[in-house]
Design a protein around this ligand. Structure first.
Ligand code: LLP
Length: 443
């Protein structure tokens, strides 16, 4: 494996005698014990990435470091929630389902922040009853709903307002979230944010702690994060001027980009948080504000590179294209049901033959799944070993974020398991769905 390829895999993945190993266990042994497709999660890698973001946030902001809230939407199950609880970091949930998993995993309610642009009343009531650290409010309706839920529970709920700082982040349009024409948040520029502040302040059952923004996902530049922070701080300054009181918290969201294919590099916590801290301190000084507590919500950057997917090749087929060239279609045993990202966002992945070495010539190849549509693709164009054959194992790195969490039962395929690997031992932490699971809903 080349050095740049190594950066795509979790830290305990290695190639030995041509075969992929994770923490010393061979791909063939993993496939024979757990079957395929399966997600393998390198536990040490996950923990150390989570810790790195936590440590770098503290280094960058010192006593003003708020919390790292791991974004559950990237991937969560009860065991991973236990790791989060164990690491003492927070968790960002955006549905009642994610909240239930976080609580079941033992994450303290005060370390949970609740998101969502259309939380149901039931979800709001559950969050208030659980005693979550903060609810991030996203609409005027929601301000009323959270206030009413807190009021009837006899509580004062800590809240943040999700704001739209008006930034065009350079990423796929489906995952950019801070420009004006978007369903999330209150626009700063249009005055909606100020109106939301005034509405929130009317309710004795709400304690406004500060502002939140999340500018998008899979972002590599620091500048858009810094601009968002600046716009939020400007509003803090306006609030301070108006009410002679400073709000204590800002949450700057997640979105830090990772490498998926050879040649890409992830954004490093130390770099982005260091630059962000400089900017925050400068802008606060400009407005004579104390630096607020700064929190962040990385999801992809923690779990993305910690997992890889193992598939088994079922068929190969060489087709002749209109221009006379040819393409090898390699079909594996999943894809749209375990990785929607290529078909949804045109995401790029790479793969290797995981069970053996191949020195065969590389030919134009498309790696596809077993679902009934042409868009069922994990890798659209790759030069891949021409001798790949049924029974070979293929491994795709960096599938931890938005892979299993967006898995579907399309074509009544059961969703794959997640197997955690640590110290040479592999164990199922989320089991494979069975046909019985699929039939259970039919009446
Ligand atoms: N905080 C909030 C409020 C979010 O909406 C998100 C992601 C995050 C944090 C975490 O962002 P991350 O650090 O993971 O980039 N399914 C898409 C990504 C959607 C992201 C939605 N929100 C994908 O597969 O690329």
């Amino acid at each position: 494996m080349s050095k740049s390829m190594q950066t795509l895999w979790s830290k305990n993945v290695s190639i030995s005698k041509g075969e992929l190993h994770c923490s010393g266990i061979s791909a063939s042994a993993l496939a024979s014990e757990f079957k395929t497709p399966t997600f393998f999660l390198d536990e040490d890698d996950f923990r150390s990435r989570a810790q790195t973001w936590n440590i770098e946030l503290s280094k960058a902001f010192g006593p003003q470091a708020g919390r790292v809230y791991y974004a559950a939407k990237a991937f969560i199950c009860v065991e991973v929630a236990r790791w989060i609880a164990d690491l003492g970091i927070g968790i960002d949930v955006c549905t009642g389902g994610e909240l239930a998993v976080a609580l079941k995993g033992g994450v303290k309610a005060e370390n949970i922040e609740v998101h969502g642009n259309n939380k149901s009343i039931e979800e709001i009531e559950q969050a208030v009853a659980a005693g979550v650290g903060a609810i991030v409010m996203d609409s005027l309706f929601e301000i009323e709903r959270v206030a009413a839920a807190a009021n009837s529970a006899g509580k004062v709920q800590r809240v943040l307002l999700r704001l739209t700082p008006g930034i065009e982040a350079h990423t796929h349009e489906s995952i950019a979230t801070a420009h004006e024409d978007v369903k999330f948040g209150f626009s700063i520029a249009s005055g909606a944010a100020w109106q939301a502040i005034m509405e929130t302040k009317k309710h004795a059952s709400l304690e406004l702690r500060g502002f939140h923004s999340h500018i998008g996902s899979q972002i590599f530049e620091t500048e858009p994060f810094a601009i968002a922070a600046e716009r939020l701080i400007e509003l803090l300054a306006k609030y301070n001027e108006e009410f002679d009181q400073q709000l204590p918290e800002l949450d700057l969201g997640g979105g830090y980009g990772i490498a998926y294919v050879d040649g890409e590099t992830e954004i490093h916590a130390a770099d982005v948080l260091g630059e962000l801290a400089n900017q925050v301190k400068q802008v606060c000084a400009k407005y004579s504000l104390d630096v607020p507590n700064i929190s962040i919500e990385p999801g992809r950057a923690i779990v993305g590179p910690s997992m890889f997917t193992l598939y088994t090749v079922g068929t190969t087929k060489v087709v002749t294209l209109e221009n006379g060239a040819s393409r090898n279609y390699v079909s594996v045993d999943g894809v749209m049901s375990d990785n929607l990202r290529t078909s949804l966002y045109g995401a790029e992945y790479t793969a290797i033959i995981a069970n053996r070495e191949s020195t065969a010539k590389k030919i134009a190849t498309r790696i596809v799944g077993k679902h009934c549509e042409t868009g069922d693709i994990v890798i659209k164009d790759i030069d891949f070993a021409s001798d790949v054959t049924p029974g070979d194992l293929l491994a795709t790195p960096a599938t931890g974020a938005y892979g299993r969490s967006m898995a579907t039962n399309y074509n009544h395929i059961s969703r794959p398991p997640v197997v955690a690997i640590k110290d040479g031992k592999a164990r199922v932490i989320l089991r494979r769905e069975s046909i019985e699971d699929l039939l259970r809903l039919d009446i």
